[in-house]
Ligand binder design. Structure first.
Ligand SMILES: NC(=O)c1ccc[n+]([C@@H]2O[C@H](COP(=O)([O-])OP(=O)(O)OC[C@H]3O[C@@H](n4cnc5c(N)ncnc54)[C@H](OP(=O)(O)O)[C@@H]3O)[C@@H](O)[C@H]2O)c1
Length: 263
C-alpha cells in the first residue's frame, strides 16, 4: 500500500499516475490519497513504510515529517523537506524528488537559452526549497533572485542555502530575469498570476510554473499571450513521481505511462 499524505489531498493526481504504472507493470500494489492531521501524519508514514509500502508527502507536511525518518537522503538534509518515503532493512528512508523533478523541467526549458542566466524565483515555501537547492548546481545559472510575499521567509531561505549567487529582493518590479519560476501556490484555483510579467523591466525568455490544473495556469496563460515559452507543473509532477517510483522499486517506471495517465 502506497499513499500521498497531506491536507488537502482530494485534488491530488498522484494516485492516478502511480496506479497507472502499477497496472501497466502488473505490480500487486495500490496507491491512495490519505488526508491526515499533523498528529497522525508521522505514524501513518512509518506504518506504511514498515509494512512494505511507502508514498509521498505533500502540503503542509513536507517539513513536519523529518523527525519520523530514520535515514534522510542528501536532498532532504539540504532542503529540510521530504516528499518521498519507503523502508529498507527495517529503517524508514526519506528523499526529496521535487529537486530531481524540477531539474528535469529546467534542463528542458533552458537548453536553448545559453549561459549566464538570471532567474527570478517567486515563493519561499517547500517547493521553493527544492528549486533553490537545484538551481545553483545548474551550470548555466549566473544569478538567482528570490521574492516572497513574506520577506522574512525569503531571508531565512537565502541564509539556509548561503550561495553567493542567491539573493533576496523586496520587489520584483524592475527586475529583468531570463527565466521566471513560480514556486508560490498562486494560480492553483485560477484567479490572478503571482506577478504581472509586463511589470518586469524586460520580458523573460522562459517561464516555469510549478502550479498545475486542468486549465492552463494564469501565469502560463499570460506567458502565452506574450509569446514566452512556458511550462506548468504537470511535467514536474510526472518527473518527481517517476523518481519516487525508482526509490521504492529500484528501477524507473516505463516511460510515458504516468504522462499518459495524467493527460
Ligand atoms: N508540480 C509539482 O510537482 C509540484 C511540486 C511541489 C509543489 N508544487 C506546487 O507548488 C506550489 C507551492 O507549494 P509549497 O509546497 O511550496 O507550498 P507552501 O509551502 O504552502 O508555500 C506557499 C508559497 O506561496 C506563497 N503564497 C501563497 N499565497 C500567496 C498569495 N496570495 N500571494 C503571494 N504569495 C502567496 C507563500 O508566501 P508566504 O510565505 O508569504 O505565505 C509561499 O511562498 C503549490 O501550488 C504546489 O502544488 C508543485
Amino acid at each position: 500500500m502506497y499513499a500521498v499524505l497531506g491536507d488537502p489531498v482530494a485534488q491530488s493526481l498522484s494516485p492516478a499516475i502511480h496506479n497507472a504504472v502499477f497496472r501497466a507493470t502488473g505490480r500487486d500494489a495500490s496507491y491512495i490519497a490519505r488526508r491526515v492531521t499533523a498528529g497522525e501524519c508521522g505514524t501513518v508514514l512509518r506504518s506504511l513504510a514498515l509494512n512494505g509500502g511507502g508514498g509521498n508527502v505533500t502540503v503542509p507536511y513536507k517539513e513536519h515529517v523529518l523527525p519520523f525518518l530514520d535515514r534522510r537522503a542528501h536532498a532532504v538534509e539540504a532542503t529540510g523537506a521530504c516528499n518521498t518515503f519507503w523502508a529498507r532493512d527495517g529503517e524508514v528512508w526519506g528523499d526529496n524528488t521535487d529537486v530531481e523533478g524540477f531539474l528535469g523541467v529546467w534542463e528542458g526549458m533552458v537548453a536553448e537559452l545559453g549561459e549566464g542566466l538570471s532567474v527570478l524565483v517567486l515563493g519561499a515555501g517547500g517547493a521553493a526549497r527544492a528549486v533553490l537547492f537545484a538551481l545553483p548546481g545548474a551550470p548555466e545559472v549566473a544569478r538567482v533572485r528570490l521574492w516572497n510575499r513574506s520577506g522574512d521567509r525569503a531571508r531565512n531561505l537565502v541564509g539556509r542555502f548561503g550561495d553567493s549567487r542567491l539573493s533576496r529582493i523586496e520587489d520584483w518590479r524592475g527586475e529583468s530575469p531570463d527565466v521566471v519560476v513560480n514556486a508560490t501556490s498562486v494560480g492553483l484555483n485560477g484567479g490572478a498570476a503571482p506577478i504581472d510579467l509586463r511589470g518586469l523591466a524586460a520580458l523573460p525568455r522562459g517561464v516555469i510554473d510549478l502550479v498545475y490544473g486542468k486549465e492552463p495556469t494564469p501565469l502560463c496563460r499570460q506567458a502565452a499571450e506574450l509569446d514566452i515559452p512556458a511550462r506548468d507543473g504537470r511535467e514536474m509532477l510526472v518527473l518527481q513521481a517517476e523518481a519516487s517510483h525508482a526509490r521504492w522499486f529500484g528501477r524507473a517506471p516505463p516511460r510515458g505511462v504516468m504522462a499518459g495517465a495524467l493527460e
